[in-house]
Design a protein around this ligand. Structure first.
Ligand code: ADP
Length: 396
């Protein structure tokens, strides 16, 4: 049995999961989260597979100290020695055009990751912090990188190239990259296991960040995230698609800096702005049902934009066989799924009301006679990372 640690590093947070595997079955032994790294009141928590939970308030000055704290937790609960760790898999946001699949991390890969870090203005080099910290603590352990953009590297030029002067792409690599790739890949692969005839799939990853992907013959051919992860559908606090001239106009006429507009578009917009301060769809649903005007407008805009993308991708693929809902909202919100599916009745989508009441489980929403199939498929990005880590390390 091999033990694989999966890490998802943010600038001030670090999520971790420890898997045990024989290469075919993957079991999560423990998982947890460190928050407020480098800030005051930091804490670290874990939950073991038998349900033991603990949260500790301890200072976590940086990612290396945080990793040491994670090691302490693993030693206390799951490992007799850190040497039992066989490999580490990291989630990385951006692989630029260099990576279309997961890779073993070496100096050349680290150099390329550094080259692409400026392409993610929001997250900067947060992802690399976990890799560097792990290298310092366990220099000989095998490390693997899985990129959120990799699955979308199959998009054709007409989907990824913007109509800007070509130099912007050729010299500065400005293009559509797309993110949430690991999630779209996972849920589409799960669907294909039970519906191998699904040649045209639309995957809706709807969480606090959301993206929609058109998947033809198992490959991403278009996606709603672009150069950055703030365009596309309306999100919790991100604006989604807006006229590209709006930020320029705001900067010019309201004397705001690029950072201020960035903050506005990513943290102060979306459902939160429209609903008067609520970014969680549970709150918005409640207010909608109470007749709150702003919540009603927020829900209508949210549904409108998702339906627009589903329509566009159906046209791009020349039809759609199945629609997948995943992530926090996609897996849990019967309310929003119903509203989206109602608007797709014209395409022949008919959903079963009882099935739509279920949450957080793999379920077919569509009825037997529905022309288009719809499913809820819980995502599992960590499992993909653990599986890729196993494959790459076993064959290294
Ligand atoms: P991310 O990983 O992007 O932070 P998630 O995929 O975890 O986001 O989604 C979080 C969002 O999912 C929450 O903000 C909330 O809007 C929505 N959500 C979570 N649970 C439920 C639920 N039971 N009912 C409706 N919406 C939910």
């Amino acid at each position: 049995m091999k033990k694989i640690l999966v890490l998802n590093s943010g600038s001030s947070s670090l999520k971790y999961q420890l898997f045990e595997t024989d290469g075919s079955a993957f079991r999560v032994i423990i998982k947890g989260l460190a928050e407020r790294i480098g800030i005051d009141n930091s804490n670290i928590s874990y939950q073991t597979e038998n349900g033991t939970k603990e949260t500790m308030n301890i200072p976590l000055e940086n990612h290396e100290i945080t990793l040491k704290a994670i090691f302490d937790i693993l030693l206390k609960t799951s490992l007799s020695s850190i040497d039992e760790l066989w490999a580490v898999g990291h989630r990385l946001g951006h692989g630029g055009e260099y990576f279309d699949k997961s890779v073993v991390i070496d100096d050349n890969v680290i150099e390329k990751i550094y080259e692409t870090k400026d392409l993610l203005p929001l997250h900067g080099n947060a992802f690399i912090l976990g890799i560097e910290a792990m290298k310092n603590l366990l220099p000989n352990i095998k490390q693997i990188a899985t990129f959120d953009s990799a699955f979308h590297q199959t998009m054709p030029k007409e989907a990824y190239l913007y109509a800007l002067p070509l130099e912007q792409y050729e010299k500065y690599r400005i293009r559509r990259y797309g993110f949430h790739g690991t999630s779209h890949y996972y849920v589409s692969k799960e669907l294909l296991k039970i519906m191998p005839s699904a040649k045209k799939i639309i995957s809706c990853h709807l969480g606090s960040g959301s993206s929609i992907t058109a998947i033809k013959n198992g490959k991403s051919i278009d996606t709603s995230f672009g150069f950055a992860a703030s365009c596309g559908v309306t999100m919790g606090t991100r604006c989604g698609d807006i006229d590209a001239f709006i930020p320029l106009y705001i900067m010019k006429t309201q004397n705001k800096t690029a950072d201020e507009v960035n903050q506005m578009m990513n943290k102060e917009s979306g459902l939160c702005a429209l609903s008067g301060g609520y970014s969680d769809t549970r709150d918005i649903e409640k207010r909608y049902n109470e007749g709150d005007e702003k919540a009603i407008v927020a829900v209508n805009i949210y549904v409108h934009n998702i339906v627009k993308y589903i329509g566009a991708y159906t046209a791009e693929m020349g039809g759609v066989d199945a629609i997948i809902f995943t992530a926090g909202i996609g897996e849990n919100s019967s309310f929003l799924r119903q509203k989206i599916c109602d608007r797709l009745k014209f395409m022949g989508l008919d959903i079963n009301q009882d099935a739509n009441q279920l949450r957080s489980q793999f379920v077919e929403l569509s009825t037997k006679d529905s022309k288009i199939k719809a499913f809820v498929i819980p995502t599992n990005e960590e499992l993909v990372i653990a599986q890729d880590t196993y494959e790459l390390c076993a064959n290294a």
